[in-house]
Design a protein around this ligand. Structure first.
Ligand code: APR
Length: 320
């Protein structure tokens, strides 16, 4: 049986890391696509040359032609530009919206059966736009945010409790940004919910509040340290976890930006929710019960995403 084909649209910091991880994990043959000539070719060759030492079987190809992604099983999209000083949110939206149009059309024409994972920011609006431009089924287009946000949450919790990250599970909902909703009640250490751990005296409410805030600011913390770019190792690892769940029909329960139609009182809207990812793509949106406070935070997050989607529609009339 032929190996699966993984197309990475955007061969920048995240794209290159995605290619490296996909090769090491032998998820399939890899095509790196980018408009920047030489970048995808150089990264593909460099990673291929790590194959003999690492011992993986995968081919890697760099390209500027969408024809090369033909028949891809998975497309992971990081194409776009980051926000630069002096650039407004709408400036960034306008630029990345044009990129999503080109990418969506490229995927529709060449890899219409792919499972598509969008990473480009502002995530919730870009994944919605990418779906609109590509016309792919909603369950085959999703966005990577929740896996990363919950990974950051888990990491900070493991530091606080001084336990293995493997035994910490964490739950986040909502949009990828300042309004994301880390759900303390559903986050556990070896199955013990965080509020119980506070009652047990293992931590304090103040410390949990600080960790929730640090999780919300997780992306900005890395930008502040790197100064010239944003996070790429953890975002790439998170997207690979989602791609693997699809390719291996793992039925993983992972939070991601998914099309929610009916659940959470939403009618056809992309936002971060728990999902089941398997061979069918987003096979299920898991609807959890929320407290009044959690619902209020979720509603605020949904409103923020709605604002971004409206801004996209204002910029590109074809989306209205
Ligand atoms: N088609 C294909 N590639 C494009 C296009 C396009 N129309 N426009 C830009 N690119 C490429 C750039 O040439 C660059 O190589 O997208 C790549 C983006 O890479 P980086 O700038 O290194 O950004 P990265 O850190 O990988 O993040 C990508 O993910 O987390 C988000 O906010 C982040 O939106 C950003 C995206």
């Amino acid at each position: 049986m032929a190996r699966p084909k993984i197309a990475l649209i955007g061969a920048g910091q995240i794209g290159g890391t995605l290619a490296h991880l996909a090769a090491i994990k032998e998820l399939g043959d890899i095509v790196l696509f980018d408009i920047s000539e030489g970048t995808p070719e150089g990264k593909a060759l460099d990673i291929a040359e790590s194959g003999p030492s690492e011992g993986f079987d995968a081919t890697l190809k760099g390209t500027q032609s969408y024809a090369d992604i033909a028949g891809a099983d998975v497309c992971i999209v990081t194409a776009g530009v980051p926000r630069k000083p002096g650039m407004s949110r709408d400036d960034l939206l306008g630029i990345n919206l044009k990129v999503m149009k080109a990418v969506g059309e490229g995927i529709a024409a060449n890899a219409p059966n792919a499972f598509v994972i969008c990473i480009t920011n502002p995530l919730d609006a870009m994944v919605w736009a990418l779906r609109e431009f590509s016309g792919l089924p909603h369950e085959k287009v999703c966005g990577m945010a929740g896996v990363l946000d919950s990974a950051r949450f888990r990491h900070f919790l493991s530091l606080e409790f001084n336990v293995s990250m493997r035994d910490v599970s964490a739950f986040v909902l909502g949009g990828h940004g300042d309004t994301m909703v880390p759900l303390v009640r559903y986050s556990t250490v070896a199955g013990i919910p965080l509020p119980d751990l506070i009652d047990m005296g293992w931590t304090t409410q103040d410390k949990m509040d600080a960790i929730v805030q640090r999780t919300r600011d997780g992306g900005a913390e890395i930008v502040g340290l790197l100064k010239t770019g944003s996070a790429f190792y953890a975002p790439a690892t998170s997207a690979i976890e989602m791609a693997e769940a699809y390719l291996k029909d793992q039925k993983r329960v992972l939070p991601c930006a998914a099309h929610v139609d009916g659940a959470y009182g939403l009618n056809g809207f992309y936002v971060g929710v728990p999902t089941v990812i398997g061979a069918g793509g987003i096979e299920k949106v898991v609807e959890i019960k929320m407290s009044k406070d959690e619902q209020a935070m979720f509603d605020k997050s949904v409103d923020a995403v709605k604002g971004l989607v409206k801004a996209c529609k204002d910029i590109d009339g074809s989306l209205a």
